[in-house]
Design a binder for this molecule. Sequence first.
Ligand code: ZN
Length: 293
Amino acid sequence: MESKKCAQQNIRAHAPAPRFRKWNAIWSKTSFLFLFVIISACAQNQDEFKWPNGVQAAICLTYDDGLPSHIQTAAPMLDRYNFKGTFYPTLSSESLYMNMDEWKALTANGHELGNHSVYHPCSKSDVGMEWVADYHDLDSYTHDQIVEELKLANSFLLAMDGLKERTFAYPCAHTAAGGETYKDHVSQDFSAARGSSEKQSNLVSPLEIDLFDVPSWAPNQHDGKALIDYVDKIIKNKTLSTLTFHGIGAEHMRVSKKAHEELLMYLDENRDKIWVATFKEATDYLNSKRAKK
Ligand SMILES: [Zn+2]
């Protein structure tokens, strides 16, 4: 009996006084809440960015320079798979003049028309650019000159598709006019810009992508497997990248019809993993996520 009483006293002696018990309870609740907030914040950081519909990545299929194979081959093939592409015609392209109805039909069908300038000026001083005419040498352009040319191109494109908000693709992926970057002007007149191909292997997280220099890879005679490998890399990195095509089955820097179709088949089979979006759609989505941050 004595020992039981003693034990009870002992318990009381070691138990905290009621006032401390109350503080202990508050403290443990606070710690729990604190821990919960930290865990939630970590979880939120991990998946703060999500692509739509549970996919892991996004790709934009873009076609440069207004080539006949775009209206003859690329767009009809995209239509068969119900994918929308982004076309960046150079406005001095003969195909636009000769086949304006087909180009207009392409935009009416949901494909994006982007600005790729009127004359396609590139830096002649860059490696392999001997073909650039002296009067289209971006090295001798002023910023006023390129801005004026891009505004003219926007008016031309507005007449084709009725849209005022537009994306841009730097001709030859050259971002400097007269030796200095003109990216600041581009960011004023466009919603986003497809940029340097050197950065295509540097697939950063979606929120770190520079929306006025979005990485792109320009395949040249590559086969379907190489294109599919690049798609897998984008999925693995859970990010956005673009493919810059030129001729499809014809013309310069061509990719065969077979390789192009193999790519579309693979993208079709993997719709649950990768979003095939126009450049405008994908970059608008990234912009909306940034605005919320
Ligand atoms: Zn081009």
